[in-house]
Design a protein around this ligand. Structure first.
Ligand SMILES: [Zn+2]
Ligand SMILES: [Zn+2]
Length: 117
């Protein structure tokens, strides 16, 4: 059987099936996945950084799980962008700055309209 280098840790191993990772790394990844999944079950609203800090799993791995579709994060990064300036926002379609700007514009328009009458 051919020997291959593990794509994660570089260790040489002989795979029984065509897999890119050595058994140690597969095990480590499964453990990481379990930790993240368990944390998200308890805290479904946690974001990636929070999960990474609490579980000790690297954010890169968490993103990988999310991208693979096996995990779901409610607060997906870059999911929301302000429609006016493109800045990241937690929710909604505008950032606080632009909400204020729009409010000011509306107020100004209202005042103008009043003056005309
Ligand atoms: Zn490995
Ligand atoms: Zn904005």
């Amino acid at each position: 059987m051919a020997l291959v280098n593990c794509a994660r840790c570089g260790k040489v191993f002989s795979p029984e099936k065509p897999v890119p990772f050595c058994p140690d790394c597969v095990k480590a990844e499964n453990e990481d996945y379990k930790k993240v999944a368990e944390y998200l079950r308890d805290y479904p609203l946690a974001n990636v950084m929070e999960v990474a800090n609490r579980t000790g799993v690297s954010p890169v791995m968490i993103f990988k799980f999310v991208r693979a579709g096996s995990l779901r994060l409610t607060d997906a990064p870059a999911a929301f962008k302000c429609r006016m300036c493109g800045k990241e926002v937690k929710k909604g379609t505008l950032c606080q700055d632009c909400i204020d700007k729009v409010k000011d514009l509306k107020e100004a328009a209202k005042k103008k309209a009043k003056k005309k009458r």
